[in-house]
Design a protein around this ligand. Structure first.
Ligand code: ZN
Length: 292
């Protein structure tokens, strides 16, 4: 019951916060990352606590998560550099900083030591290094992102861009066409799960600016996926445990994706009249456009 209340709280907090909170500058980006990291870590720390007081578990998780959020903010600043300079080495520096930060938030949400588990996403794989009690190096395929990528490949019929994919360590699809349209917008880029779709069409924005916007969404997705540590089905009595163990040996299951997608959807519903009023879009705009 306690867990259920906490889960409701984590869903309600960003939603109520997002009705007021718009991201319009770098200071807002900083607050968004530090506070989100802290809350994700704090609530996860309570859910996964053992024999400790609730408020202590929350503050312990909050400070670790906030620290992780600070690194994620630093990683996003490197993306801004990439948008300005078009220098792809910025992306790798950005990825190292961001995934170090996200690892800290994940550890906070699991009520573990700050650096007990480090991970780095490369293409559609998650490379995990467990440093807590033994050396375990475990690459696993990102199941949600694989399914999502497959679906989007079929939907938009775009071709993989091998050069940009290698330069960024992310599957990037590009083509000379607009992805989709609604009454207000022509969509020229999509960042979903761990893959990116970008139009090569001549627009007022550079390819690198669109890439840094979409990469910001990928970081947001992975940061909010730290809530995966809220969901544990390994101890169930319904026989799922064996299957789950086998599956998770080779695949990383991401239940946190549900929460990110839910938050993104609700935030965009609440800001229907202004696309960039959605903090996830506001942040991506600040990161990619602040140097234009
Ligand atoms: Zn966007």
């Amino acid at each position: 019951m306690k867990k259920l209340i906490l889960l409701c709280l984590i869903i309600l907090l960003p939603v109520t916060g997002q009705t007021q909170f718009k991201i319009e500058n770098n200071k807002d980006v900083f607050l968004f990352n530090v506070i989100s990291g802290g809350i994700i870590g704090g609530i996860g720390s309570i859910i996964n606590k053992k024999n400790e007081k609730t408020y202590k578990a929350f503050f312990k998780g909050f400070y670790k998560g906030a620290l992780g959020g600070t690194l994620v903010f630093g990683g996003k600043q490197m993306l801004s550099n990439f948008s300005r300079t078009h220098n792809y080495s910025n992306i790798w520096a950005s990825k190292v900083l961001t995934y170090s930060g996200i690892s800290m938030i994940e550890n906070a949400a699991a009520n573990k030591k700050l650096l007990s588990n480090l991970h780095f996403n490369l293409f559609l794989f998650r490379i995990n290094y467990r440093a807590d009690n033994q050396f375990v190096f475990r690459p696993r395929a990102l199941l949600y992102s694989i399914l999502n990528t497959g679906y989007t490949i079929i939907k938009y019929d775009m071709h993989i861009n091998p050069k940009i994919s290698l330069w960024t360590g992310i599957p990037v699809f590009s083509d000379n066409k607009i992805l989709s349209k609604n009454s207000h917008f022509k969509f020229i880029g999509i960042g979903m799960g761990n893959s990116i779709w970008v139009t090569n069409f001549q627009t007022s924005l550079s390819f690198e600016t669109i890439m840094s916007h979409e990469l910001t969404h990928i970081y947001q997705f992975n940061m909010f996926s730290s809530t995966n540590n809220y969901f544990s089905i390994t101890n169930t009595k319904f026989g799922i445990s064996k299957f789950y163990k086998k599956l998770t040996k080779y695949f990383y299951l991401n239940f946190g994706a549900i929460l990110y997608n839910g938050c993104y959807y609700l935030a965009s519903e609440l800001n229907k009249d202004y696309y960039f009023g959605n903090p996830f879009e506001g942040e991506a705009a600040v990161i990619s456009l602040q140097n234009e």
